[in-house]
Design a binder for this molecule. Structure first.
Ligand SMILES: O=C(O)CCC(=O)C(=O)O
Length: 283
């Protein structure tokens, strides 16, 4: 039977095909209401400022650089499991481990990083710009296959800025060009301070965009190349989500050898991006 099976979650062949074809898939009811506490309670400790990630691991992914955490419109805590180790091994990890293995057809997948993303209510710039995840990461030798499991802590709706995807965009031969998100007022932030990258959609792309509203406890899973992002939160509640990304064990090991942990404080982080950008520019 598809769905929850103890610590596992059984994915259907159709869901695996959708993931491979579109670059993302929506899986309903991955955590029950009771199980959601294991994700929501730690998330609230970050949002309330009781656990504070170091340096740039607490940032605003809207692209703004001049705000304090209580003003961030896309409140982003990188690596919650590093800063609150009691989160490790929770039910979301156990279930998504089984999902990642199935979607990647038995590959050896390991947790690469996690992230908490909370959009402040009624904020017009709480936009997560269009991007491909690989644009944020260094190009490596090993198999880059990824399952980024994004769980809705609140019902995620068109109004509050649900995920949106450009299906099939990950099949394109090259990564699209990305640039740092522009700050308000038209000044381009340097990548070091802005944290956020964006790519531009064509008019034809726009006709193919899929908005993916999901319920609390549902997840979307996306790969490393699909173009995706999310719109602003125009509702009067938060849009909270927790992300756990699995990549092949080989690529995670390669990243760590290079000192790349997905912390925004890594010395290698933006060097890798520059190398990628230069490669794209000279292609
Ligand atoms: O939470 C969002 O709106 C965007 C998240 C995202 O882009 C990601 O997890 O790769």
């Amino acid at each position: 039977m598809p769905g929850i099976d103890g610590d596992a979650y059984v994915v259907t062949p159709e869901q695996i095909e959708a993931f491979e074809r579109d670059g993302y898939v929506h899986l309903p009811n991955v955590l029950t209401e009771d199980e959601m506490r294991e994700v929501e309670e730690p998330a609230m400790r970050f949002i309330r400022g009781e656990v504070v990630p170091e340096g740039k691991d607490l940032c605003d992914m809207s692209g703004a650089t001049d705000r304090t955490p209580d003003e961030y419109t896309v409140f982003n805590a990188m690596l919650p499991r590093r800063y609150m180790p009691s989160m490790r091994g929770n039910i979301f990890e156990r279930r998504t481990a089984s999902i990642a293995t199935q979607l990647q057809r038995g590959k050896n997948m390991a947790i690469d990083y996690d992230q908490l993303l909370a959009k402040r209510p009624s904020t017009s710039d709480s936009i997560f710009a269009w991007h491909q995840d690989m644009a944020y990461w260094p190009p490596l030798e090993e198999d880059p296959s990824t399952c980024t499991c994004w769980i809705a802590i609140d019902d995620s709706t068109v109004e509050n800025g649900c995920m949106r995807f450009l299906p099939g965009s990950g099949m394109e031969k090259e990564l699209r060009a990305h640039a740092p998100v522009k700050l308000k007022g038209g000044d381009r932030a340097d990548d070091e301070s802005s944290h956020a990258l964006c790519t531009t959609l064509t008019a034809e792309d726009e006709t193919r965009v899929r908005l993916v509203p999901i319920k609390r406890g549902d997840i979307t899973v996306h790969d490393e190349r699909v173009v995706h992002g999310s719109g602003p939160n125009g509702s009067d509640g938060w849009r909270r989500a927790y992300v756990l990304a699995y990549r092949t064990k080989d690529v995670v090991d390669e990243e760590r050898r290079l000192g790349f942990t997905h912390s925004h404080n890594d010395a290698y982080n933006w060097d890798a991006f520059h190398a990628w950008q230069e490669k794209a520019a000279s292609a």
